[in-house]
Write a protein that binds this ligand. Structure first.
Ligand SMILES: Cc1ncc(COP(=O)(O)O)c(C=O)c1O
Length: 401
């Protein structure tokens, strides 16, 4: 019997849903409705409702979702868009591909999300042009938007971010690619809000490993703004307002009908899967009570996290990963090098020490197995191994002091 524990088991849920997924496939074959049509429309309706948003526009992946949202929002060459350095590169690729320059603010050391205080400092230290535009002091580019990333399935602290955006007249685009169904308790409005319902628009990825994943590529943008929805529908379909009437140049960035059908099947299971992930996160917390040598994810009082990833921090991350690999336990790092230090962004001119919290966190994080079907027995084994390693490590450290 294979006793290994994968970082992510994608096979089992697809085996379990085989019949429902096959039905979608056969339906698509019988109608040859591969592009657009009722399967896409049904998914868009259901996903908009799931996110408490008025509109959902299905697109080809999360990167396109971000890019189309930015272009539709009017982000353009000469703009600067502020995000965090500890996200997947798609966030900043979309900013650059809209013609703007990515800029960063550091993260909160507990939640790993954008630190609103750092955003405030950033905004307060820029300057204004004569015509009242907020300009980046170093580059002279106009600061037009902020992209908070709901990393690992936990929403960023949106109340202060939205307040600052209003004060400085910034567009807010949520990167919700890891946060399907995550919620934020807004003190200001005294209610829970869904990821994807708070900014001008929000981008989701349906990459197979996401909490809601397609059987291939997929993405969506949600928004409450009808004009944004209209523009994004055009952008995903070569700028067409109707067939062969191209109001603008757009892209080939549609969501496949078959993928939309698969996503509709899976969306029905998502609330249960989320509960299973939350249960698994609680179980890990119990298991790791054994040791103080591990920093657990901090679920902020403002958030109901959906645990896309369960990310811990340890001193000897590489050692722990090796130790777990020798027991057949899969791990990963999300992400080892912050974006401002990536070769692709050398031209932005940031060096080591520019975003110290993101840099420190990146050197210590490790993602443990996390998926809806993770069993208690598997988690016990992960727990035993992690505790054994971390306790041995702290004894060695104590002996050498
Ligand atoms: C935070 C974040 N943003 C954007 C993306 C891009 O999504 P996709 O891979 O579907 O293009 C991802 C996906 O990995 C992501 O995790």
């Amino acid at each position: 019997m294979n006793n290994s524990i994968p970082f992510l088991d994608l096979v089992t849920p697809h085996q379990e849903l085989k019949e429902e997924l096959n039905e979608v496939f056969l339906k698509a074959l019988s109608t040859a409705g591969f592009i657009g049509g009722p399967m896409v429309e049904e998914f868009e309706r259901d996903f908009a409702a799931f996110c408490d948003a008025q509109y959902c526009v299905g697109v080809s992946n999360g990167t396109d979702a971000l890019r189309f949202a930015m272009i539709a929002a009017g982000i353009k060459p000469g703009d600067t868009v502020v995000t965090v350095p500890n996200t997947f590169i798609a966030t900043t690729e979309a900013i650059s591909q809209a013609g703007a320059r990515p800029d960063f603010v550091d993260i909160d050391e507990r939640t790993y999300n954008m630190d609103p205080e750092k955003l405030r400092e950033y905004l307060e230290t820029q300057c204004y042009s004569e015509d009242g535009k907020l300009k980046n002091r170093k580059t002279g580019l106009t600061v037009t938007a902020v992209v908070p990333v709901h990393l690992y399935g936990q929403t960023a602290d949106m109340d202060p971010i939205l307040d600052l955006a209003e004060r400085y007249n910034l567009i807010v685009i949520e990167d919700a690619c890891q946060a399907h169904g995550a919620e934020y308790f807004s003190k200001k409005d005294n209610r829970l809000k869904k990821a994807g319902s708070m900014g001008l628009a929000a981008a989701f990825s349906f990459y197979p490993g996401k909490n809601l994943g397609a059987c291939g590529e997929g993405g969506a943008v949600t928004t409450n703004d009808p004009e944004m929805a209209r523009k994004m529908r055009m952008l995903r379909d070569h700028g067409q307002s109707k067939k062969y009437y191209h109001d603008v140049e757009g892209y080939n960035g549609r969501l496949d009908a078959i993928q939309a059908g698969f996503l509709s099947v899976k969306l029905k299971h998502l609330p249960t899967w989320t509960e299973l992930r939350r249960d698994a996160a609680s179980r890990y917390r119990q298991l790791f009570r054994c040791t103080s040598g591990i920093v657990l994810p901090h679920e902020s009082p403002h958030a109901v996290a959906v645990y896309h990833l369960f990310v811990v921090r340890v001193q000897d991350r590489e050692g722990l990963m090796k130790h777990l690999a020798s027991a057949g336990i899969g791990t990963a790092i999300h992400y080892p090098i912050p974006l401002h230090l990536q070769a692709a962004y050398q031209h932005l001119g940031f060096g080591n020490g520019a975003y110290p919290v993101a840099e420190k966190v990146a050197s210590e994080i490790v993602s443990l197995p996390m998926f809806a079907g993770l069993t208690a027995e598997q988690q016990n084994r992960v727990g035993e191994r992690v505790c054994a390693f971390v306790s041995a490590e702290s004894q060695t450290m104590a002996a050498t002091v």
